[in-house]
Write a protein that binds this ligand. Structure first.
Ligand SMILES: [Zn+2]
Length: 269
């Protein structure tokens, strides 16, 4: 499915042409508006790419609408690097969890309800990919905008070294919300819309738990350092990614130790 131009009644995607290994097809900029209203909310204007930002602004203008506010799902450049120019183009404030990312706008608090010209969004703190990651629930369309917390394809990188526990909690919060509200789609920061939220969130949780189980098993089988765990769990991986794998294992060991699944000393060395 083409993501550009797709969406729901209130949300439509403008795809930024910045494809890459971390950005999949590119960054999804979400344009949200209550039908019949003038005020638009833009979630993640995107990277500092003038043509993309101008295209988003033009798309809104062509609808006879106006950007009232821009929101960032987190501080990464591919989501908010163009926020300053976008704010200049549209006159809209930029709201973000990270004070350094705000432009004439407030922060975003967990549980907060944002109302813009008849459109209602609920903020859900979903740290893990980064400490400042949030998702936005759009109840009128029964969808959740997930930023990089849940992607359209593949799995998310936990960029925060201490973020694994928080990330798993966030996935459980999202799954609970999706179940309670019978959510019909996730609108991710990259990749296509996911129309089976409960299955996707279940897969994400299972994937993390499976890896954690493998790491715990490696420790029980005698692996005493992150390097030894990597040698067992990620046997045969490209030597170039071994440091990244060790960092990931170190984070998993710390989390498993906190959970009481492995002894604390397993994370050492
Ligand atoms: Zn990101």
């Amino acid at each position: 499915m083409r993501i550009d131009g797709s969406g729901t009644l209130r949300a439509s995607c403008v795809l930024c042409p910045n494809p890459g290994p971390m950005t999949l097809d590119g960054t999804n900029t979400w344009v949200l508006r209550e039908p019949g209203s003038r005020g638009v909310v833009v979630v993640d204007p995107g990277p500092d790419d003038e043509r993309h930002l101008e295209r988003v602004a033009r798309t809104v203008q062509e609808q006879g609408a106006q950007v009232y506010t821009a929101l960032l799902t987190h501080h990464h450049d591919d989501h908010g690097g163009g926020a300053r120019y976008f704010s200049e183009l549209t006159g809209a404030p930029v709201r973000a969890v990270d004070p350094a990312q705000r432009i004439g706008g407030d922060g975003l608090a967990d549980g907060e309800v944002i109302e813009v010209d008849g459109l209602e969004l609920r903020v859900l703190a979903t740290p893990g990919h980064t400490a400042d990651s949030v998702s936005f629930h759009l109840p009128a369309d029964d969808v959740i905008l997930t930023g990089d917390t849940v992607l359209g394809t593949g799995t998310t990188v936990i960029a925060d070294p201490d973020g694994l526990g928080a990330y798993l909690d966030s996935l459980h919060r999202l799954r609970d919300l999706a179940a309670e509200t019978d959510a019909r789609a996730l609108l991710p920061g990259h990749g296509p819309i996911c129309t089976d939220p409960l299955a996707r969130l279940g897969e994400y949780i299972d994937h993390r738990e499976e890896r954690l189980g493998q790491v715990a098993d490696a420790v029980r089988a005698g692996a005493a350092t992150p390097a030894e765990v990597v040698a067992r769990v990620y046997a045969g991986i490209d030597p170039a990614v071994v440091p990244a794998a060790e960092a990931s294992v170190r984070a998993q060991l710390a989390y498993l130790a906190r959970r009481g699944d492995v002894p604390a000393e397993a994370g050492g060395a």
